[in-house]
Design a protein around this ligand. Structure first.
Ligand code: COA
Length: 416
């Protein structure tokens, strides 16, 4: 099966999560991704949160599959020369260094563009260029706070809360991948590369779009009817934290199932979708609610929505989350069990679809990773293990035209 990005060469000057998540995705789809790492240490995630002494940590292996690793000290003259050769032969350079780091290394956009006018230079930064915080170094949770996610996540009587989902990191990487693919199509039209920049703050804001919707509704009418604060609680002039309320027009909540006292994930998410009200009443054995004026419309239900949830929890008390969903699915009710990571790791459907994959690794043995969430009819991405530090250095230098002696010299000078 041919891979659509075959023939696209990417200099992967990324580290930690946001950049590596982007280039890993492009590698799955066929790009030749050359991860450039500092000799001796490499990407910091190789040694972060290690579970096996001296072996690459899962943090690294799960974000760098399907890539080749080239060690290169790009601050030495020889290292710079290697990078320049690589730039001349590549289609894309992706980086997520701190603001100004690439410039300090001598590889400004102007210089890169001069070396290869067709090169696409793609960057992740914490804040966009010209933003009053554009000098800041940024990690995941900083971006979630600056992007509106933290102020709108959690319970109203608790502090702003960050999400476990990597909204600042991997999400930004996915935005960057879309930018790179767009620039590649653009290059096909103009013959020229361009700069593609995505900030972590902007990527989080993009996912918090509905909260900006809510801010404007709140400004106009003073309340948000789908939030738990309505109609009994108070609203201020900012979008409040809504706990587990649904983000759209459908009220929903996380509800206890059998065993919740000891199992932290014995819950389902239950959505009261307007047009599913009748089947919901039938599923719950409450046919009298269908025509009762206190229950018949979404507006009538809202003042006592938590009493309705409490009644559903009574119905759930003798059912596991799986049993409950098996009953509710027959009534077309949007719901799902709250799954633990252990359940996800062992889910046969996720294994069959390639979303959870087991890949071999030279030092670790096999490990689980998340495969491509994007499914194609004409491509089945094959996920391979991540490279060891510098595993492909000599191979890549030889491809760039370096002789054996020259490669030995680069090693001796510790430039690779
Ligand atoms: N050879 C030589 N030097 C190298 C190198 C190589 N192969 N790879 C990196 N370096 C140098 C950089 O040039 C930089 O040097 P300088 O500070 O003298 O200019 C230095 O290593 C450190 O890079 P930096 O990016 O500042 O790393 P950091 O560990 O201090 O900061 C981040 C890490 C993630 C906070 C920062 O890179 C950042 O804010 N990135 C943008 C946002 C982002 O992607 N955040 C992380 C999301 S997962």
């Amino acid at each position: 099966m041919s891979k659509p990005l075959e023939g696209i060469k990417i200099i992967d000057f990324t580290h930690v999560q946001a950049g590596p998540a982007c280039t890993q995705l492009l590698a799955w789809f066929g790009a030749d991704v050359i991860k450039v790492e500092r000799p001796g240490s490499g990407d910091v995630t190789r040694s972060q949160l290690r579970d096996i002494p001296d072996a690459d940590a899962l943090y690294f292996t799960m974000l760098n599959s399907n890539k080749r690793s080239l060690t290169l000290d790009t601050k030495t003259p020889e290292g710079k020369e290697v990078l320049e050769k690589l730039v001349k032969e590549s289609d894309v350079l992706v980086e997520n260094f701190a603001p100004g780091a690439l410039d300090r290394m001598g590889f400004t956009w102007e210089r890169l563009n001069e070396l290869n006018p067709k090169l696409i230079v793609a960057s992740v930064k914490g804040f966009s260029d010209g933003h009053h915080y554009d000098d800041l170094k940024v990690y995941e949770n900083v971006a979630q706070c600056a992007g509106g996610a933290a102020s709108t996540t959690g319970f109203w009587d608790g502090p702003p809360t960050v999400s476990a989902a990597a909204l600042g990191d991997s999400n930004t990487g996915m935005h960057l991948a879309i930018g790179i693919l767009t620039a590649l199509i653009g290059r096909g039209q103009t013959g020229r590369g361009q700069k593609v920049a995505v900030s972590m703050q902007d990527s989080v804001i993009n996912l918090c779009r509905v909260k900006l919707r809510d801010q404007q509704r709140l400004d106009r009418v003073g309340y948000l009817e789908e939030y738990p604060q309505y109609p009994h609680g108070e609203f201020t002039d900012v979008v409040p934290r809504g706990g587990n309320a649904g983000g759209g027009g459908q009220p929903g909540w996380v509800l206890k199932c059998k065993g919740w006292e000891t199992d932290p994930n014995a819950y389902i998410y239950f959505t009261i979708q307007g047009h599913a009200w009748e089947p919901i009443c039938r599923a719950l054995g409450k046919p009298e609610w269908i025509s009762d004026p206190n229950y018949a419309t979404a507006q009538a239900r809202q003042p006592h929505i938590f009493d309705i949830f409490a009644t559903i929890e009574e119905w759930l008390a003798d059912k596991t989350k799986y049993e409950a969903v098996d009953i509710l699915r027959k009534f077309d009710i949007p719901c799902a069990p709250v799954l633990s990571m252990k359940e996800i790791a062992n889910d046969p459907s996720l294994r069959a679809s390639g979303t959870i994959v087991e890949v071999p690794h030279k030092e670790r043995g096999s490990y689980l990773t998340v495969g491509s969430p994007i499914k194609f009819s004409g491509l089945k991405p094959e996920i391979t293990g991540s490279p060891l530090l510098g595993e492909h250095t000599d191979e890549i230098l030889a491809e760039l035209g370096y002789s054996k002696d020259q490669i030995a010299h680069l090693h001796a000078a510790r430039s690779v």
